[in-house]
Design a protein around this ligand. Structure first.
Ligand SMILES: Cc1ncc(COP(=O)(O)O)c(C=O)c1O
Length: 377
């Protein structure tokens, strides 16, 4: 199989698996236990926390381990909303967020909060001035993703951080697709809350973290023991945390070199598609984009049919469109960018990663023109 769907998930790296396995076997202690086995597990979790913190430049005490990126998003948005309810009831976000953010916001709307979803332009970028213009005296939180999962477009988070800190409003960024792929620095970018997910950077599914900067108020929504400094109760997923920490350490060491390698592969794929497949067009910003992501629309083709044809040839990609109750709905993200439905319906996301190489790109470029032509005819 040629796997080009790394934005959906990534395989657990052998080094990560090796790091976590002892915590399912002989090092099985509970970090809350006082005895040696407990202290060993506690030390492992704290080392993992340091590794996560180093990757995004925060204090280890600011890292709260969660069960996923989705949980981190929910904790940030609902936790801040509840903590600052007395100060205001307005949240600003964008029209292209992941459902973990947009549906958490919809939930809060039903509970009496006001949510402004700021539009993006054709490239998927939000204008920082439009975000600032949406601020009211009631605004308590701005939540804007770091990198879009479908198009890879990188939001102007550093500029938003400057605006949010000047206006004394918390900035949350869902950085699930960015962490481990590009430098993310919460101090430099003035980000108060940052969501991470382990399975996008070669740790297992069901691992994640929310960075909560010192002094930021977040009401916990899981109640129980005092784990995670009273911010998330429940016995820690020790092996998961260790794996996540190891994956962050590897990303720290290799990220920049890997980003350059993937950008070259992605650009060759992009150029090849644009020259060999008539009527192909790129979605999102070509300049401000994750190095591994390429979203392309093939006019006159249903993305799911192309996805299945590629799958039969052993190539795994994803489509921007979602099939729901038998009808093909085009992606909400592409619709929000103003891409017409007939174009959006033919959109495919290639997201490259660690195990892709030049031959993979060559193979896909050999296959694609014929498959698209066959589907069109
Ligand atoms: C931008 C973004 N946010 C949040 C998530 C959810 O993360 P998880 O799968 O860990 O719940 C994803 C996963 O696809 C994502 O792409």
């Amino acid at each position: 199989m040629i796997y080009m769907d790394y934005n959906a998930t990534t395989p657990v790296r052998p080094e990560v698996l090796d790091a976590m396995l002892p915590f399912y076997r002989e090092r099985f202690g509970n970090p809350s236990s006082i005895h040696r086995a407990g202290r060993d597990a506690k030390r492992a979790v704290e080392e993992a926390r340091e590794r996560v913190a180093r990757l995004v430049n925060c204090d280890p005490a600011e890292v709260v381990f969660t069960s996923s990126g989705t949980e981190a998003d929910n904790m940030a948005i609902k936790g801040v909303a509840e903590a600052l309810r007395g100060r205001g009831n307005h949240i600003i976000t964008t029209t292209v967020e992941h459902p973990a953010v947009s549906n958490a916001c919809s939930y809060l709307e039903q509970a009496g909060f006001e949510v402004t979803r700021v539009d993006v332009g054709r490239t998927g970028l939000v204008d920082p001035e439009a975000i600032e213009a949406a601020i009211t005296p009631q605004t308590i939180l701005i939540s804007v993703m770091f990198a879009n999962n479908e198009t890879g477009t990188l939001m102007p988070v550093a500029q938003l951080g400057e605006i949010a800190s000047r206006r004394r409003i918390y900035l949350h960024s869902d950085a699930v697709q960015a962490v481990g792929r590009l430098p993310v620095d919460v101090r430099e970018m003035n980000i108060q809350l940052l969501s991470l997910s382990g399975h996008k950077l070669h740790a297992p599914k069901g691992t994640g973290a929310l960075v909560v900067r010192k002094g930021v108020k977040v009401v916990p929504f899981i109640h129980g023991g005092a784990q995670e400094r009273n911010r998330r109760a429940g016995t820690e997923n020790v092996a998961g945390a260790v794996a996540f920490g190891k994956a962050c350490e590897l990303a720290c060491d290799e990220m920049m070199q890997e980003a350059r390698r993937l950008a070259l592969l992605r650009d060759r794929l992009e150029e090849g598609i644009l020259t060999r497949v008539p009527g192909a067009q790129i979605n999102g910003s070509r300049g401000r984009r994750l190095p591994n992501t390429l979203s392309v629309s093939f006019e006159g083709v249903a993305a799911d049919s192309l996805l299945m044809s590629l799958d039969l040839e052993g190539v795994a990609v994803s489509s921007g469109a979602a099939c729901s109750s038998g009808t093909l709905r085009s992606s909400a993200v592409l619709a929000a960018m103003g891409i017409p439905p007939e174009i959006a319906r033919g959109s495919i996301r290639f997201s490259l990663g660690l195990y892709n190489c030049d031959e993979d790109v060559t193979r896909v470029l050999d296959l694609l023109p014929h498959l698209v032509e066959r589907l069109r005819s």
